[in-house]
Design a protein around this ligand. Structure first.
Ligand code: OMP
Length: 231
């Protein structure tokens, strides 16, 4: 049996049946499935159990926590019992908040989201965040790692620069991944799966290019095969 590809499929579905069906189709090919806000807001912990099923797939719980440190500590502690492999927090929540999440979920890899891949430089100016994006990402990456985050979320466009900034021990997770010719949807800072891997990403988050395909299992298998060829 071939090893699964370092891909987290974003199960952004309106209902649990659809998410569980996508999960069962893609898990032979990918290492990880991601439960995000859409599913968790509706189903809570059941969403995690349901997509995990009987398989050994890793679950990435993407709740993008961003609140005062004590509240994030409580939230991280509450979901730690679900044993997700990864849990996201926003790096912009600051070092004290990140530290609380790391301490509250010791068996989970806390992944700090730097600058959302949907944002471009004009958005950063509107928000009041000093850009350009690669500079803001590097700054937040360094802050998050200093606070104990073991993983970082950034676009594949910044992965090489972030790796140079934080060194080899940190897991780099990149959404904003689109196979050549695929629709970008609401993503702004994108690259192909092969480019993401070559830039040093450890885990590629891919949603709609897989889940929106007529056969999500075949779409996941095709991307996994292209990554194997490019490795
Ligand atoms: O934390 C994330 O996973 C995340 C961070 C980010 O900066 N951008 C981003 O798109 N994501 C998530 O990655 C997934 C991307 O999905 P697609 O655009 O359909 O491939 C979605 O579930 C987003 O919530």
């Amino acid at each position: 049996m071939t090893a699964t590809a370092p891909i987290a499929v974003a199960l952004d579905a309106p209902d649990l049946e659809t998410a569980a069906r996508w999960a069962s189709l893609v898990t032979p090919h990918v290492s990880t499935v991601k439960v995000g806000l859409e599913l968790y807001m509706r189903y809570g912990p059941d969403a995690v159990d349901s997509v995990r099923g009987a398989s050994r797939v890793q679950v990435f719980l993407d709740l993008k926590l961003h609140d005062i440190p004590a509240t994030v500590r409580g939230a991280a502690r509450a979901v730690a019992r679900l044993k997700p492999a990864y849990l996201t927090v926003h790096a912009a929540g600051g070092p004290a908040m990140i530290r609380e999440a790391v301490e509250a979920a010791p068996d989970t890899c806390i992944a700090a989201v730097t600058v959302l891949t949907s944002l471009g430089d004009t958005d950063l100016t509107a928000i009041g965040l000093d850009g350009p994006a690669p500079d803001a990402v590097r700054r937040l990456a360094s802050l998050a790692v200093g606070a104990g985050a073991q993983a970082l979320v950034c676009s594949p466009q910044e992965a090489a620069a972030v790796r140079a900034e934080v060194g080899p021990g940190i897991t780099l997770i990149t959404p904003g991944v689109r196979p050549a010719g695929a629709a970008s949807h609401d993503q702004t800072r994108i690259a192909t799966p092969e480019q993401a891997l070559a830039s040093g990403a450890d885990l590629l988050v891919i949603g709609r290019p897989i889940t929106g395909a007529p056969d999500p299992g075949a779409a996941a298998a095709a991307i996994a095969a292209s990554l194997r060829r490019s490795a």
